[in-house]
Design a protein around this ligand. Structure first.
Ligand code: NAP
Length: 307
């Protein structure tokens, strides 16, 4: 019987892992991917993490993992499918976590599975995924060196992607469904200063066309007019969706599937805490995820003592 199972090893999970070790909690981190770090690994540059300006996202994610390893955290590679609330022979509550490879038991859970990118759901998107349609500029940008690409979205990720791609590609067209970007002002300033970036406002991409690879996208303005726009690649950055399926039935979630918890990270299930992007919150950033990891472990420590 462990004290704690941390599920997910992005910034929230890794922060929780470090705090759990420091608190002397008998804990493991379950991660389904080969590498830890989560979404931060896909970010070209993180410029808002205190003390580390201009840090490459992959390097930052790797440092986080090294820190957890150095603290003595134990990692298990497995994919959690379900979690069951149980009681031991003394009536003390615990959780049984069902993985693909094994079953794990602990008094507390820290849910830190984060989010994944959202799809546009338009014709041609699936057909041309990996053939010109991409969800990761830092992973695939190099394939489009000297070419013309489009980015869809208006948030931090879309603007970061457009800036990154503008350094590699001959032209970047950012297409946004409104007349104002959601991204941080500092990112917008950098974007608008780039000479090879064009912004198409008040428009959606409604189809991806091509033969063996992407050749055109259909851009439809909010007034209804459509054009076929030639591009070599389309980068889709239209937001995120929570990875919360394995917590269904265990804790309360909002309509979008985020686990409901306040700043104490406590969910509706006693002993289950949620940290990072998966939690209902106003600001999803690396720094708030790292903070959640620390808070969740502190709260879980108090809960274990109360048992
Ligand atoms: P986001 O902030 O939710 O932005 C998604 C963008 O896509 C919005 O501009 C939205 O338009 C647009 N969009 C959504 N659905 C669409 C559709 N069907 N068709 C066309 N456009 C659509 O998502 P994100 O940029 O992926 O960022 C996710 C979270 O991570 C955010 O909280 C962000 O702040 C955070 N983040 C933090 C950092 C950092 O800490 N350095 C870096 C990157 C991201 P509307 O604006 O009209 O809604």
């Amino acid at each position: 019987m462990l004290d704690m199972i941390i599920i997910g090893s992005g910034p929230a999970g890794l922060s929780a892992a470090v705090y759990a070790k420091r608190a002397g909690l008998d804990s493991i981190v379950i991660e389904k991917e080969f590498v830890s770090g989560g979404q931060v690994l896909l970010t070209y540059e993180v410029d808002n993490y205190l003390g580390l300006p201009g840090m490459n996202g992959f390097d930052l994610g790797t440092k986080f993992r090294e820190h957890a390893d150095g603290a003595g955290a134990s990692f298990v590679m497995d994919e959690v499918s379900a979690i069951e609330a149980c009681k031991d022979e003394n009536g003390k509550p615990f959780y049984r976590v069902q993985g693909g490879a094994d079953t794990y038991e602990a008094r507390t859970i820290v849910a830190a599975t984060g989010t994944v990118h959202r799809n546009l759901g338009i014709p041609g998107e699936d057909t041309f995924a990996g053939k010109g349609v991409s969800y990761c500029a830092t992973c695939d940008g190099a394939f489009f060196k000297g070419k013309e690409v489009a980015v869809v979205g208006g948030g931090d990720v879309a603007v970061e992607d457009a800036i990154y791609l503008a350094r590699l590609c001959s032209k970047v067209t950012l297409i946004h469904r409104r007349d104002r970007l959601r991204a941080a002002k500092s990112l917008q300033d950098r974007l608008f200063a780039m000479e090879n970036v064009e912004v198409v406002w008040n428009a959606n991409v409604t189809e991806v066309q091509g033969d063996k690879k992407v050749e055109n996208i259909i851009i439809q303005s909010n007034s209804g007019a459509s054009i076929a726009y030639p591009v070599d690649g389309l980068f889709i950055a239209v937001g995120i969706t929570p990875v919360s399926k394995c917590f269904e039935g265990l804790v309360e979630m909002d309509d979008a599937g985020y686990i409901i918890a306040g700043e104490d990270c406590a969910t509706s299930a006693p002993g289950v805490y949620v940290a990072g992007d998966l939690r209902t919150k106003k600001l999803r950033q690396i720094v708030t995820a790292v903070s959640d990891g620390a808070v969740a472990v502190s709260m879980a420590g108090n809960y274990i003592e109360s048992l």
